[in-house]
Design a protein around this ligand. Structure first.
Ligand code: ATP
Ligand code: MG
Length: 311
């Protein structure tokens, strides 16, 4: 606990994040969408930086829930956001997928600054994300076919026949028997099947980014592992970037290229999960130890191929 009080602001800044020399004045906004007052202007994101957050803050009423978040999600990698209840994880996810706007700071999606966008333009940004909710969040009163077809009905002008073909295709790709599953109601499916149906729906518009809020919450360990495998499979098959919120440290170690530990609205530590165990944040080490999970050997990113240094 000795280091507990020694945390300083530098710890909360990812080493991989673009950093500007504080002595230099910020560059003038070259893009009309960059709004001066709120944008933490910085260098353009690299081609692999699909989601970039710079000094993002969110205030609800008087409460500052997010206190200056810097985060970069790389293309085709998995970022897992961990942290205790009330840390601001869901709030952060809602900002990332443009369901809500930050109070200040900058969010870039696929190179585009979303801060100055109109609601209509934000809709276009939202289409880049497929959302997978806890317990799959399927509508129980309509069939699997209609559930999975929903994004296409909402956002495309495809014919009924084309939509059905695409739905059947996706169900098949996700390892479900389309003829058997499509006419069923969600309540008639097992938990694992519901997850797959939820994924099929999230993938319908072929988004480059999939986001998951607590995908393994409430599941037993074997089913959690299946969901982890599914997240990994989606990444490999569809080349998607995954952003996952999780309470599940074992799952975090299995799937994350980058783990981000959120404590009371701040990034306490980020980097490959095994590096959080050895990093300079005592809070992060303790958070992992307190989970009671034996994380040795779980991490996908080894010392050898680690690219992002821990802070
Ligand atoms: N729309 C809102 N209006 C007011 N306060 C909110 C709103 N959304 C979230 N908050 C507050 O922000 C804080 C963080 O909430 P959030 O749901 O992001 O936490 P979380 O990390 O996802 O927690 P959990 O692990 O329990 O899901 C909480 O104190 C919550 O009450
Ligand atoms: Mg939450």
């Amino acid at each position: 606990m000795g280091e507990h009080g020694s945390r300083n602001e530098n710890h909360a800044r990812p080493l991989s994040a673009p950093q500007r020399d504080a002595r230099q004045p910020p560059p003038p906004p070259s893009d009309a969408r960059v709004v001066g007052a709120t944008a933490g202007a910085g260098p353009a994101p690299g081609p692999d930086d699909i989601v970039v957050l710079r000094n993002v803050k969110k205030v609800f009423n008087e409460q500052e829930v997010l206190k200056g978040i810097d985060l970069i999600a790389k293309r085709k990698e998995t970022v897992v956001i961990i942290g205790g209840s009330g840390a601001g994880k869901t709030t952060l996810l809602r900002l990332i997928v443009a369901l809500d706007r930050p109070t200040s700071g900058q969010i870039l999606v696929d190179g585009e600054d979303t801060s100055g966008l109109s609601d209509r333009e934000l809709n276009r940004v939202r289409m880049k994300f497929g959302m997978v909710y806890q317990y799959a969040a399927l509508l129980d009163s309509i069939s699997v076919l209609d559930n999975v077809a929903f994004p296409l009905v909402e956002h495309t002008k495809l014919s009924k026949k084309e939509i059905k073909e695409r739905v059947m295709d996706k169900l098949q790709i996700l390892g479900l028997d389309p003829k058997l599953v499509a006419p069923k109601f969600p309540s008639e499916l097992s938990g694992g099947m519901r997850k797959r149906v939820g994924l099929a729906r999230a993938l319908m518009l072929e988004p480059p980014i999939l986001v998951y809020d607590e995908p393994t919450s409430g599941l037993d360990p074997p089913t959690s592992r299946l969901v982890d495998d599914l997240i990994e499979e989606m990444r490999e098959r569809f080349n998607v970037t995954s952003i996952v919120i999780s309470h599940d440290i074992a799952s975090c170690f299995r799937i994350a290229h980058q783990a981000v530990l959120l404590i009371q609205g701040r990034v306490e530590a980020s980097g490959p999960p095994d590096a959080l165990l050895e990093g300079n944040s005592e809070v992060a080490r303790e958070f992992i130890r307190n989970s009671g999970v034996d994380v040795r050997g779980l991490s996908r990113v080894t010392e050898h191929d680690r690219k992002t240094p821990i802070r």
